[in-house]
Structure formats: C-alpha cells, structure tokens
Design a protein around this ligand. Structure first.
Ligand code: TYD
Length: 203
C-alpha cells in the first residue's frame, strides 16, 4: 500500500485555519481520499486531558512546563494517531504541530528556539510533515476574530502574537520547500482555492 501524506496547518490564533482544514477534508474526501483529521493539543483520549490543562488551568503555568505539556501531547498524537494513519495510506491533516511550539514557546515565550526544535524531534521521533500551510494574517484582525472570550493562550497579548506571527514567517522563509505561507486576509473561498492549488502538487 502507498504511504500516506502528512499535512500540518499552522498560524496564530484567529487566522482561520480550522475552517480551512475542514474545507480541505471535504474536498479530499469528495475526491475519494481517506482523510484523518487531528489536532494539537488534544487529538483524543489522553491528549484531550492535556489540552484541558493547557487551555483552562487558571494557576501559574511556567513557560517550560507549558512547553513540555504541548510536547507530551505531540508525542502521544504522533505515536497513537498520526503514524498508524500514515502507514495505512491515509492523508493526515493536523491542526497545529511542531511549528506551533517553535512559534509560540520559542518566539512567543522567548524560550531557546534550537532547544525547542531538538525537543520537537524527541517528541516526534524525527517524523516531519510533508507539507505545512502557514495561514498568515495581521494581529489586529486575528485578535478581533478571537473576540473577548479568550482562553489561557489567547490572553497572552498583542506583542506576544506579533512575535508568534513573525516567528512563523521566519520559519517559512528558512524552510520554503516544506512550509507555504497562505495570505489569510482574503475571503474563505479564495483561501480554500489557494490551499487546493498547493495541495494538488502533493497528491
Ligand atoms: P486552540 O483552541 O486549538 O486554538 P487554535 O484554534 O487557534 O488552534 O488552542 C491551541 C492553543 O495552544 C493556541 O493558542 C496555540 C497554542 N499552542 C502552543 O502554544 N504551542 C503548541 O505547541 C501548540 C500545539 C499549540
């Protein structure tokens, strides 16, 4: 059987990637592909419990503790959900993955970027996405979309999200083969068409 495809969706909160991941899932399924949708944090089972802590715990969470929780969730997701699906020949669409740790904990929280990359490698066993789509939008617009009901991560402030956005753009500049930046200021359908254009090169 042919090996599957591993595609990750990245971008700052409110960039619209979750809408796009669902549109792409429908598109691929209509074309007859078998698709598995997952997310980080919180694919399912143990991951959901880690997600609950990460987004809703209202006490102090040290930055390095936060990093390890995201990484623990990732190690579980890759082993239990992603790898088996890829081996079955499915297309895996993952809402956030390793680049979120680099953008949020590295650039956003200002932890050491090379160390985060090394820890990512440990969590994934070295497995990398075949393609990563980075949905890019200015922070004012994305924060408006998030609205007033913010979770723990979304309450990190405008400066934090500026660093996250610039982090993603820098990562994409350094890895242009794997990472494609998608302008997310245009309409939902225009973004979807752009995503399809990119995806077609990988099918
Ligand atoms: P979620 O509700 O899934 O947000 P979104 O719909 O924007 O993906 O919450 C995930 C939050 O966790 C989001 O603020 C990004 C953050 N995050 C990190 O800081 N590091 C990580 O490694 C991951 C996977 C997510």
């Amino acid at each position: 059987m042919q090996k599957g495809l591993f595609i990750t969706f990245e971008g700052a909160d409110g960039c619209g990637k979750t809408t796009q991941i669902n549109l792409l899932k429908d598109y691929l399924e209509n074309k007859g592909y078998s698709v598995l949708l997952t997310r980080e944090p919180g694919g399912k089972g143990l991951g959901e419990k880690i997600r609950e802590i990460l987004l809703n715990y209202d006490g102090i969470v040290a930055d390095r503790c936060e990093s390890f929780l995201f990484l623990a969730d990732r190690a579980q997701n890759i082993e239990v959900i992603i790898k088996p699906a890829i081996e079955k020949g499915q297309i895996v669409l993952c809402d956030r993955h390793t680049d979120s740790s680099v953008a949020y904990q590295g650039y956003g929280r200002r932890l050491d970027i090379e160390q985060i990359k090394t820890l990512n490698n440990l969590a994934t066993g070295g497995m990398q996405p075949d393609l990563t789509l980075v949905f890019d939008i200015d922070v004012e617009t994305s924060m408006k979309r998030v609205g007033n009901e913010k979770d723990r991560m979304e309450s990190s402030g405008k400066e934090f999200f500026n660093r996250v956005r610039n982090g993603y753009l820098e990562l994409a500049k350094n890895e242009p083969n794997r990472m494609k930046v998608v302008d997310s200021t245009v309409s939902i359908d225009e973004i979807h068409q752009e995503v399809i254009k990119i995806i077609k090169q990988y099918l």
